[in-house]
Each structure stands twice: as C-alpha cells, then as structure tokens.
Ligand binder design. Structure first.
Ligand code: BGC
Length: 504
C-alpha cells in the first residue's frame, strides 16, 4: 500500500515570505467556509431570530413538556442552514470550469465577492425569502472558494510540505468555526439584533480574501496549463525562492502536455483509469460527513441544550469544542508530512468510534424524551467526550478529506475531479444538516450508534483502499501511487498507457 520502491523526486525550494503570505491569504477562503458552518447553529438557537422568522419553533421551544429530542425539528429552519450547501454543490461545477479557464486566483476573487453579497443580504434580511436567498449567495461563495483554495494551496506548496500547507485551509475552517461560536456567544446578548451582527461579520474574512486576491500569485500549474510558460517559470522561481526550478518546471510542462490531449475532463473522469482518485475523493467526503462531525458543528449549542445546558452554557461549550478543533488541526499540520495520511485516518477511526459509542450509551440510558435533562456531571462528561471525538476528526478526516482529493488527480482531471469532492462534501453536508434534527428526534440517542457504525466502514475503507501519498510530487501520482497500489493498479488500463508514457 506504500508507493513502491521508486526513488523520491524532490525539487529544490526555500521558504519565501511572499509564499507564506500567499498561503495565509488563500486560507482565508477556509475561514469564510468555517465561519459559515459555525454561525448558523448559533443563530438558529437565538430567540430573537426564531421569534422574527420561525415563531412556531420559538413557541415549541418554550413548551416545558416538549420532547427533549424534537424541540428544534422544523424543516424550514433546517433549510436555512442547509440551503447554502445545495447552492455550493451546484456552484462547485461552475467553479471547476472557471478554475481551469480563468485560473485559481480569479475563482478565489469571485468566491469572496459572492460571499460578501450573501452576508449583506442575510444580515439585512427582513423575511425568510431574503434569508434563504442570502444563504444561496453564501453557498456560491463557498462552492467557488472550496474548489479553488485547496487546489491553490496544493499546487503552490513544495511536495515535501504539501500536506501541511494544504491543511492551512482546514485550519482556517476551524478558526472560522471558532470565531463564529465566539461571535454568537456575544451577539446573542445583543437584543434584538444580535443575529444580524453574527451574519454581517461573515463579510470580514471575505473582504480580506478579496483584497488579498490582488496580491497573491496564480499557481505555476494553472499558468503553464494555460500556456503562459514564461510567466509560469518566473512564478515558480519566485515562490520556490531558488533559480534552479528546471526539473519541476519540466515536470509540470509534461503533465500539461498530457492534460492538453484531454478535451473533455468530465468524460475522461468517467474512464476506468480515473476511478481510483475519483472514488477516493468522493468517498472521503461522504465518510467525512458520516463521522457525524456536523451534527456537532452546526448544532452544538442545540445539542448541548438538549443534554441540559442553558442557552449561555450551551454556546460556551461549543466555543470549547471549537477551540479543541483548532488546536487538534495544528497537530495534523505538524504530523501529516511525517507520519503520513493513513496513520492519521486509521487512528482517528478508533478514537471517534469509541467516543461516539459512549456518548450514545450515556444518552440512551440517561436522557429520556420527556424526563428531565442529564445531570450536571453527565452533561460535562458528554462535553468532554465530544471534545475527544472532535480531536480525532480534526487531525484526520477533516483536513484529509480536502488534502487527498487535491493532490491525487492528474492535471487533466484535477479541477473536474476536485469539483466532485467539493460537491460530495456539500451534498452530504446538506443531507446531514437537513436530516440531523429529524434524525435526532426519531433515532434519539441511537443517532450516535448510527455514526459509530459508519466509522467502522470508513476505517476498513481507509485500511484497504487509501494509498499513502505523502512526499509524492503532485504530478507524479499516477506513476508513483496508482500504478503501484495492489488494488488500484488494475484500473490503469492499456488505453491510458500512452498517456503514462508521455508522463514519464
Ligand atoms: C468539513 C466540515 C466540518 C469541518 C469541521 C471540514 O473539513 O468539511 O463539514 O464542519 O471540517 O471542522
């Protein structure tokens, strides 16, 4: 399952200040996404917001004898959270074309503008239509940003640090979620307009990204793909901080020559030889959502209220999980290029399985639908277990769900293939967001066993079918990873042999 006995292909590079700044600016795309993930749960738990837009949910919430597991079950309220993901799903395919034709940088700029528009519309919203429409604009922004930013980071990073650089995206996602939780915590005290503040602040990271997009570089890959060879080489020198970039340049040019023969990337993706990265990209994202992470991220305040915390304590507990999320992602940044991707994925499955099962057990025994909430000690234990669970996710399936798809497609199918990763993320985030409160209402504590079961499935998948990609140059994946893998090499059929030759 390792990448064969081929010698390592390392290219020269030094860290440059300019490069560092580009990484950080691009990662603000992650902050936008994360802020949005974090903000909706808190906003939908705010009474002022509910009173104004979802009065029936507010009424039900007030009802003392309400079923613990069902008080937030309302399809329209869930649509407020999830409409963004449907929009992002559609946008990611358009973004893939923009990314190929206009480049990563332009796609990033568009992402920020769409997001700013979404913030304006939702923060100024006076009816449900404006809210949902604003969420759709947010969604377009996220679709464009999530397509372009991970690809940008993987393409500009030196191969030996690609994991760490790409995980800046996820790190900023987690920072965004944390900031959103903090903002919600304070905004919820500002009556009756706090929720507007929460939504308006979403424009801040987008503004940084927009202004930054005039400063950052285009990726050498994207320039060379668009035949801007001289510029591509000059940028490569600039970002690598060395003069001798010839071997890397040559390799990107070779990859672009192969890519050029492919006129219809989406059709090429349907070919057998494209299946290994495509299946892995899609399933990584599907599984990422079936860890149940967004049940926590979107609905942490709601969930913590369900187990017995008051409004404030619930928001505060979700700030704590947010902090754990950020710190654990930093662990991933420092480990991913050393221990590799597989170790992180597998270890986390064990950790997440155990914690989900115990949480399910506690709720099953102690939290009955119509009885009182958990005791204080038990509620604290649930928060601790949620934190350990989040830790596992944050150093594995969270970042690697984005990293691996961004580094395993050959150039000709990279933006199209990555669009499948983004859209699978969005589709399954949507399904979980839309279904979670109903699932919680119907499955009750069993929902945690449901997720635990999925974690076993994804662990087996990772063990047998996800190859190690650490340190492999992005445009040599076919040769060094797919053709060497016990199972996936069967997919590299003869028709594509010519392309392989061109690639060598
Ligand atoms: C996932 C999100 C999730 C976040 C949590 C991301 O990688 O795609 O759905 O909310 O991680 O940190």
């Amino acid at each position: 399952m390792e990448n064969g006995n081929l010698p390592p292909a390392t290219f020269k590079s030094k860290f440059t200040f300019y490069m560092g700044v580009c990484w950080i600016i691009a990662a603000f795309g992650g902050l936008m996404f994360g802020y949005d993930i974090g903000i909706s749960g808190g906003v939908t738990a705010m009474d002022d917001f509910l009173k104004e837009f979802f009065p029936d949910v507010y009424e039900r919430k007030l009802h003392a004898k309400e079923d613990n597991y069902c008080k937030y079950d309302n399809q329209l309220l869930q649509l407020f959270t999830s409409s963004l993901y449907l929009a992002a799903l559609i946008a990611s395919f358009a973004a893939s074309r923009v990314c190929t034709i206009a480049g990563r940088k332009w796609t990033i700029r568009w992402a920020s503008l769409l997001f700013i528009a979404g913030a304006g519309l939702t923060a100024g919203g006076i009816n449900q239509i404006m809210l949902i429409f604003g969420r759709i604009l947010f969604g377009f922004g996220v679709g464009f940003g999530n397509e372009a930013v991970p690809l940008f980071l993987s393409e500009v990073a030196p191969p030996q640090h690609r994991g760490a650089v790409n995980i800046l995206f996820q790190l900023f996602v987690t920072i965004g979620i944390l900031i959103a939780n903090l903002v919600n915590y304070f905004a919820s005290k500002k009556h009756p307009w706090g929720w507007r503040l929460s939504l308006a602040i979403a424009a801040a990271p987008a503004l940084v990204l927009f202004l930054g997009s005039f400063y950052i570089t285009e990726t050498p890959t994207s320039l060379i793909e668009r035949k801007k060879y001289e510029k591509g080489k000059a940028i490569l020198k600039k970002i690598r901080g060395v003069e001798d970039v010839e071997p890397e340049f040559e390799q990107i040019v070779r990859a672009s020559e192969v890519a050029e023969q492919v006129k219809h990337p989406f059709m090429k993706l349907m070919k057998r030889s494209s299946m290994p990265p495509l299946i892995i990209a899609i399933l990584l994202q599907v599984f990422q959502q079936f860890t149940g992470i967004n049940a926590i991220m979107f609905y942490a305040p709601v969930l913590f209220q369900t187990v017995g915390f008051g409004n404030d304590a619930a928001l505060l507990s979700s700030v704590i999980t947010g902090l754990v999320n950020v710190i654990s992602t930093l662990v991933s940044v420092s480990l991913v290029d050393k221990v590799g991707r597989r170790v992180l994925l597998l270890e986390a499955c064990v950790q997440m399985f155990i914690t989900q099962s115990i949480i399910g057990g506690i709720l099953q025994v102690h939290l009955k639908s119509y009885s009182n909430t958990l005791g204080h000690g038990q509620a604290i234990l649930v928060v601790v277990l949620v934190c350990v669970y989040v830790m596992g996710f944050a150093w594995s399936w969270g970042p690697l769900g984005w990293l691996i798809p961004s580094e395993t497609f050959p150039m000709e199918t990279r933006t199209a293939g990555f669009a499948f990763a983004v859209s699978s993320n969005m589709l399954f985030t949507f399904l979980i967001a839309q279904a979670f409160l109903s699932l919680l209402c119907h499955l009750k504590a069993f929902i945690f066993f449901f997720f635990a079961g999925w974690i076993v499935v994804m662990g087996l998948f990772a063990f047998f079918l996800i190859p190690e990609t650490k340190n492999v140059p992005i445009d040599l994946m076919v040769e060094r990873v797919w053709k060497q893998h016990k199972f996936w090499k069967k997919f590299m059929d003869e028709n594509d042999e010519n392309e392989m030759k061109a690639r060598r």
